[in-house]
Design a protein around this ligand. Structure first.
Ligand code: 8YV
Length: 309
């Protein structure tokens, strides 16, 4: 049981997620993390990765000892501050793996087989003027995965069925059944498609920059289903505008939802609005897992999915 008005919900939750929240608790609503604080004696926060939780906010909520983030990424949380204050935190790993992998594989085919362009070719009646240009097969391609966590490993497992070669880069060799390439530039050189599945945050900030994009090369692609912060967007825009890479599929951006308008002028990109986990089933499962963590907190049980600090 979660006490009424003991949880501050920070940020907007889409309807299907809000329904799950209200089915299980009565939160104090704070739509804007920079807005006025409606109630200061709350003991926990429920939020989403798109809402930065600043130490300045937590300083005004001295009874908060738990933050449940409804998402796998938690780069919006001040972990050093939480650790220092003894505030627990949780995220929602695992339940969104399928959804993110499915979007990623959809993006892969959309890019390589130019499916959006093919639809446009037919719908704008260009077909009568001739055949759609040949594209390229996924089979036989080299796929470099940056960030071989839960999502990266499940993606690799699915991709094996498409007769591709897989290698990965990350902070360390995880001794998986795929080659580990310790240099990101070397992985980019090796890859026909470089897929970003790594966490956001300081360790990965703008790790995809000019040198990596130059190494990826003019017949290769970038897919980002991680965080916008992982990519140096001005370097990526330059690479796309000057055919330094063949194209990119991007689900995340440095500034969401107001992404750099230069992306909208490009013909070699596929842009989606941060929908990696945005299926009904997945968002319901994420919301309930976040609340399971709150329930555990209020009932002095171990958190199901704690964030290690
Ligand atoms: C969205 C995500 O944040 O889980 C993550 O890290 O980026 C996505 O699932 C979604 O808004 C979760 O509430």
């Amino acid at each position: 049981m979660i006490p009424v008005n003991s949880v501050l919900q920070v940020g907007f939750f889409p309807e299907i997620m809000q329904d799950e929240v209200l089915r299980r608790l009565t939160p104090v609503m704070m739509p804007d993390p920079k807005g006025s604080i409606p109630q200061r004696d709350v003991q926990a926060i429920l939020t989403r990765p798109s809402y930065p939780i600043a130490p300045a906010l937590l300083d005004q909520l001295p009874q908060v000892k738990m933050i449940a983030c409804c998402g796998v990424g938690y780069d919006n949380l001040p972990l050093d501050y939480l650790k220092q204050k003894g505030i627990m935190a949780s995220n929602t790993p695992g339940v969104l793996n399928d959804a993110v992998c499915e979007l990623t594989i959809g993006m892969l085919f959309a890019l390589l087989r130019q499916i959006p362009r093919a639809h446009e070719f037919v719908s704008k009646k260009h077909w009568v003027n001739g055949a759609f240009p040949f594209t390229t097969s996924l089979a036989g391609k080299t796929i470099g995965i940056v960030g071989m966590g839960r999502i990266g490993q499940e993606l690799a497992d699915r991709l094996k069925a498409f007769k591709v070669k897989i290698a990965y880069h990350g902070p360390r060799d995880k001794h998986l059944p795929y080659p580990y390439i310790s240099s990101l530039v070397e992985l980019a050189k090796w890859s026909d498609v470089l897929i970003l599945c790594c966490p956001g945050g300081k360790e990965t900030e703008r790790m995809i920059h000019k040198e990596v994009l130059d190494a990826l090369g003019p017949s290769s692609y970038l897919i980002n289903v991680a965080r916008g912060s992982v990519v140096n967007e001005s370097d990526l825009l330059f690479a796309l505008q000057n055919q330094i890479i063949a194209g990119a599929a991007l689900d995340v951006f440095e500034n969401e939802p107001n992404l750099d308008p230069q992306f909208l002028e490009l013909s070699n990109v596929l842009l989606t609005p941060h929908i990696g986990s945005a299926t009904q089933e997945t968002r319901q499962a994420m919301t309930n897992l976040a609340i399971d963590n709150l329930d555990a907190f209020f009932n002095q049980r171990p958190l199901p999915t704690p964030i290690a600090m």
